[in-house]
Design a protein. Structure first.
Length: 264
């Protein structure tokens, strides 16, 4: 058992113990209405309801901020871009060269800010507690995806950590040879090419090993661990549906619902 698997299964949160497929489904259900609309009310309501769900994810506050800081950084930057260069409507407050800040662009900026947070945070928080092997078991056994595709993706994901270690080893080796003081672009290109060659060799060996162990054999395969999708998993999906329904209902009642895929 990997260290990641041990960590995900010993977390105190209720959500951390659920089937990863249920977390994937809940994230998709929450994100779907936020993708097809662009208004701040639905996104803000969804974000507020998601905050309650985060309390049961099994993350400490320090870990929560460490995991989600890119989202908190990307949301205001995206909103700033929309405010400066978004479609202008209503009263124009500032206009200079290509920058035009108007009432409509500020409204879109606020909506975009909450939208990015409401879509990205559940995905990050829920999948922090996901073990790749458990996710592969759920995709193959619960959703019945092709086993070759699932196992190939799992093997590739397991290689990410090795790639990082290889990159550090290459960097140390080049430094020991005294060729690490070249220009950054040239050094990066050389290390990237070396890592590509090393990855191809390792991938070929891995494919041969998996074929030798019967991973590509036809017929119905067995699984070492049974992936269960029970009442608690359905409850998590139902919570995701409830969050989406409440956010859409509040936006429609407030008159801010903006279906961006509809006819213009």
């Amino acid at each position: 058992m990997s260290l990641l698997a041990a960590n995900t299964r010993t977390r105190p949160g209720v959500v951390a113990q659920l089937n990863p497929v249920a977390k994937l489904a809940a994230s998709a259900v929450i994100a779907l209405p936020l993708i097809v609309t662009l208004d701040w009310v639905s996104a803000a309501v969804a974000l507020a309801l998601e905050s309650v769900l985060f309390l049961f994810a099994g993350l400490r506050w320090r870990e929560f901020w460490m995991r989600t800081w890119p989202v908190w950084l990307a949301a205001p930057l995206t909103a700033l871009t929309i405010a400066l260069y978004g479609a202008a409507s209503g009263q124009v407050y500032v206009e200079w060269f290509v920058v035009r800040i108007s009432e409509g662009s500020l409204t879109l900026a606020v909506a975009t800010f909450f939208r990015v947070l409401a879509v990205a945070l559940p995905s990050v928080v829920l999948f922090v507690t996901v073990d790749p092997t458990d996710l592969a078991d759920g995709l193959a056994q619960v959703w019945h995806l092709p086993a070759r595709f699932v196992l190939g993706a799992l093997a590739g994901l397991r290689m990410v950590g090795l790639f990082l270690e290889d990159w550090r080893a290459l960097e140390l080796a080049r430094r020991a040879r005294g060729i690490a003081d070249q220009s950054r672009i040239r050094r990066f290109a050389g290390m990237a090419f070396a890592l590509l060659v090393l990855s191809i060799r390792r991938g070929s060996k891995l494919a041969t090993a998996m074929e030798a162990r019967g991973f590509g054999a036809p017929g119905r395969r067995t699984w070492a661990r049974l992936s269960r999708f029970g009442r608690r998993e359905w409850m998590l999906v139902a919570v995701g549906v409830a969050i989406s329904a409440v956010s859409v209902s509040v936006a429609v009642a407030a008159g801010t619902w903006n279906f961006i895929l509809g006819p213009r």
